[in-house]
Design a binder for this molecule. Sequence first.
Ligand code: NAI
Length: 330
Amino acid sequence: MKKVTLINGDGIGPEISNSVLKIIEASGAQIDWDIQTAGADVIETEGVPLPKRVEDSIIKNKVALKAPVTTPIGKGFRSVNVQLRKDLDLYANLRPCYNLPNVKTRYENVDIVVVRENTEDLYAGIERQIDENTAESIKRITKDASHRIAEFAFDYAVKNNRKEVCVVTKANICKLSDGLFLNCAREIAEKYSQIKFREILVDNCCMQLVQNPCQFDVLLLPNLYGDIVSDLCAGLIGGLGIAQGANIGKDYAVFEPVHGSAPDIAGQDKANPTALLLSAIEMLNYIGENAYANNIKQALFKTLNSGIKTSDLGGKATCSEFTNSIIANL
Ligand code: NAI
């Protein structure tokens, strides 16, 4: 039986984790979950939001499924999500965005994969308060990290029959940092003559995404733009409730939805478990359980096609009702 770490998170985390665990169990996939808690709730007992046991578990099992964990805004502890990605060198953040059946949105045929650099840029956390009126954050970009994320994007494009990689920067303004990221992408692009290469500035990219998203295929971005643009892409396909993601490194992979802990709807049985479920489906594919992954995806599509949806998608189903319908369709 394959052992997988599960971080069940906080806010809506435990509800959607419970839903996904039930669906995977009902599918017959044999997963031995190593359940680990993290975030604000464990600080009281263990002193830190990300105890060593959590990373030890992922290092041992190599694969994790993670529900969202709250990060205090403007103060308090550093994001558990950012720390995990950095400590385990999960350098590639992969966020596929495609239309789901019977989820009506402004556009049809959106099929974009966001590849976001996950370890540096403004997320390196190099910040200082110069005086009471001035603070600064350093945007650090390195050649090694830029080369390997570009390589990841092109390699992904080849393996997944994609046609184009479009690198997104603000290299006209951040000439050195974004300029370096862009140059590294150009260098890697030369090795992949079968994949079309395109360059775009991030502001224009956002406008184009809103007006004509179907022109994009694989987007390659530094960390901060990747974070923002992937939420924009989530909005194109029906919102955060269905936006899946994965953090992949050389040795470990952590699958998690794009969304956060949604404190506004936590504990009300309202959350949409689809984003975590789609992330879990990719986790099953990653560990070679493709048949189970496919069955679960078909059951999810059947539920959506039958009109059973949670309120974020305009439906009336609770998280539990939605979960039970998927299980019935397995
Ligand atoms: P959020 O993604 O939690 O929520 C934004 C909006 O989307 C809210 O209206 C929420 O109700 C809705 N939403 C999100 N997920 C949903 C779902 N599965 N079903 C239905 N509706 C859903 O973003 P917000 O409010 O900015 O962040 C809340 C907390 O989550 C913060 O502490 C933030 O730092 C943290 N966060 C954690 C992430 C992670 O663990 N990977 C990622 C993003 C944010």
